[in-house]
Design a protein around this ligand. Structure first.
Ligand SMILES: *[C@@H]1O[C@H](CO)[C@@H](O)[C@H](O)[C@H]1NC(C)=O
Ligand SMILES: *[C@@H]1O[C@H](CO)[C@@H](O)[C@H](O)[C@H]1NC(C)=O
Ligand SMILES: *[C@@H]1O[C@H](CO)[C@@H](O)[C@H](O)[C@H]1NC(C)=O
Ligand SMILES: *[C@@H]1O[C@H](CO)[C@@H](O)[C@H](O)[C@H]1NC(C)=O
Ligand SMILES: *[C@@H]1O[C@H](CO)[C@@H](O)[C@H](O)[C@H]1NC(C)=O
Length: 563
């Protein structure tokens, strides 16, 4: 008879009158036809079965079903009326099968169906009025098929449709008629197609559209955005296209837009009127473009802006008043451009700033950090200035930031040593990680270090964790000037104690390095001495033992030799 699990299920079905959900996997058509008491079932899930072909009226016995899932089952042929009788069905999924032709599969309307999933099949064409028998559909998923043709009125009659997924297909051109009649459509996913042109009337009737995804296509013109249908758009993703230019006032009709993603395009310039009208915009992403100029008034109308990302462009300078209208800004990301100088006043109007990324530029001063708005809460401000060309900064007012990253700059050695010798709060970071191979143990040691330059020569400083050093001699330290009044009692470095009038603080570090080197050399010599002694004691015969002890010292090489 049937294999054990199925027999068990059937048994349960026959005795329990309250069972309403049935889930079968690895089944075949015989097993499905043998399901009994189908009038009790409200939910049927068939997955990983072998069901290549279903004939007419196959589900007629299951007329109480509200939910039917038939996935991953190699379904490639569904007879014209295979879904007949499923009059109460609300949710149908035929995803991850092998369907290449879309039909209604019913002779009467499936009047209750609100969710239809046909994703991950091999559909290539949507015929006219093909969904006419599904009048209540609210969600239609056609993603990851091979659709390259949509006939006029394909979505005819779907006046309740809210979500339409057409991403991952092969669409090239959006016709003015495709989405006609979808009056309630609120989200439309068209990403990951090959769309290079969109007719002006394409979204004319879709006045409820709130979210439009067009990322990963081949769009170079955004003219379609000025049509009436897109006036209520909130989320617009145009990332990964080929847009080179934003027309003046091109976005001025999309005044409810909150989220605009233009990353990974070919933009070169933001000028005065390109973003005007977007007075609800909260998040703007223009990263990964070729922008080398942002005009003074280019962000002027974005009064609600919370977050701007212009990283990975080619900016060298920014106008002093660029951000002056954007008083709500919380995040400014300008990383990885070629910015040489920022006006001290540039962030003067930002009272809510929490996150500022300026790493990977060519800044040689940080004066703008001393002129932040007086009402800004600097305790919650994160600033990344790593990988710039700073040689010194006035640290005193920067120590209260939540985090300040200063790693990988062009520090002046004298300035650096003078500031590093005293303990800085953990929120200030100068170090970048170094991996050092020392030939003594052949292990890789991870240490923190800072590079600095002195005249023409470059130096490197290893940072030791000062907090690990016992602080016995704090009382008679002659460290001179106090470091920062606002930062009470920074514990001074007291090891080793060297009179500061005879040695400057740089030599402290150099002495420490020398001491470490001597200690390493000493240990090494000691090891060799012990080895040699043992060799002499054991004589020629037991040379192998010496080798073994060496192997214990060099676990890495040993592993390699064995394999
Ligand atoms: C379905 O599977 C059962 C056992 O798993 C087997 O006995 C039966 O022959 C199969 N039927 C078909 C049509 O393959
Ligand atoms: C069905 O098969 C897929 C892979 O072929 C697997 O990931 C999934 O877990 C299976 N599902 C069931 C219910 O067996
Ligand atoms: C899908 O259907 C085609 C014929 O339409 C067939 O050649 C192919 O083997 C089927 N693939 C699977 C996975 O069933
Ligand atoms: C836009 O789409 C890209 C993928 O193309 C994705 O990485 C990005 O997160 C999306 N943007 C938004 C704001 O959702
Ligand atoms: C994008 O711009 C870059 C630099 O301006 C250029 O090299 C590239 O060819 C452009 N790509 C397209 C598709 O226009």
């Amino acid at each position: 008879m049937y294999p054990l699990p199925v027999s068990l299920l059937l048994l349960i079905l026959s005795f329990s009158f309250r069972v309403s959900c049935l889930s079968l996997s690895n089944c075949n058509i015989t097993e499905v036809t043998l399901i009994r008491n189908t009038e009790l079932l409200t939910s049927l899930t068939l997955s990983n079965c072998t069901l290549p072909h279903l004939e007419n009226a196959f589900f007629v016995r299951f007329d109480h079903l509200l939910q039917l899932e038939l996935q991953h089952s190699g379904l490639s042929n569904l007879d014209d009326f295979a879904l007949n009788g499923l009059i109460r069905l609300q949710s149908l999924s035929l995803g991850h099968n092998n369907l290449s032709v879309l039909r209604s599969w019913s002779s009467e309307p499936l009047g209750a169906l609100s969710i239809l999933d046909l994703s991950h099949n091999r559909l290539s064409k949507l015929r006219s009025k093909i969904f006419g028998l599904y009048p209540q559909l609210q969600q239609l998923d056609l993603q990851n098929n091979q659709i390259n043709q949509i006939e006029e009125d394909s979505f005819y009659g779907l006046s309740h449709l809210k979500h339409l997924h057409l991403n991952g297909n092969q669409l090239q051109h959006l016709d003015g008629s495709f989405f006609r009649g979808l009056h309630r459509l609120s989200s439309l996913s068209l990403q990951h197609n090959r769309i290079d042109s969109i007719e002006m009337e394409s979204f004319e009737g879709n006045t409820h559209l709130r979210s439009l995804r067009l990322d990963q296509n081949l769009l170079s013109s955004l003219q379609f955005l000025s049509q009436r249908g897109l006036a209520r758009l909130v989320h617009l993703n145009l990332s990964n296209n080929l847009v080179q230019k934003l027309e003046p006032l091109g976005l001025s009709k999309n005044f409810e837009l909150q989220n605009l993603d233009l990353s990974f395009n070919n933009l070169t310039k933001l000028s005065k009127e390109t973003l005007s009208g977007l007075d609800s915009l909260e998040r703007l992403n223009i990263s990964h473009n070729y922008v080398d100029e942002m005009e003074t008034e280019s962000l002027e109308s974005l009064v609600a802006l919370l977050q701007i990302d212009v990283s990975l462009n080619r900016l060298t300078t920014l106008p002093e008043t660029l951000f002056h209208a954007n008083t709500q800004l919380e995040e400014i990301i300008l990383a990885n451009n070629q910015i040489v100088k920022l006006s001290p006043q540039i962030f003067h109007k930002q009272n809510h700033l929490r996150y500022m990324k300026l790493n990977g530029n060519a800044l040689d001063d940080a004066k703008f950090l001393h002129r932040l708005s007086p009402s800004l809460n600097s305790l919650s401000l994160y600033v990344d200035l790593s990988s710039n060309r700073l040689s010194s900064v006035n640290l005193s007012s920067l120590l209260r930031f939540r985090y300040l990253n200063l790693a990988d700059n062009n520090w002046n050695c004298a300035w650096l040593v003078a500031n590093l010798v005293r303990k800085l709060p953990n929120s200030v970071n100068f170090a970048r990680p170094w991996s050092v191979i020392n030939d003594w143990s052949e292990n890789i040691t991870n240490i923190d270090g800072v590079d600095c330059s002195e005249g023409e020569s470059n130096r490197s400083i290893i940072l030791l964790d000062v907090s690990a050093v016992p602080l016995q001699k704090t009382d008679n330290c002659e460290c001179g000037q106090t470091y920062d009044d606002s930062n009470p009692s920074p514990p001074p470095l007291t090891w080793p104690k060297i009179p500061t009038d005879r040695f400057d603080s740089r030599s402290v570090i150099i002495w420490m390095l020398a001491a470490i080197a001597i200690a390493f050399a000493g240990l090494r010599w000691l090891r060799r001495f012990v080895d040699r002694n043992e060799k002499r004691k054991l004589g020629k015969k037991e040379l192998n033992n010496v080798y073994v002890s060496k192997v214990q010292w060099q676990p890495v090489r040993n592993e390699l030799e064995r394999s």
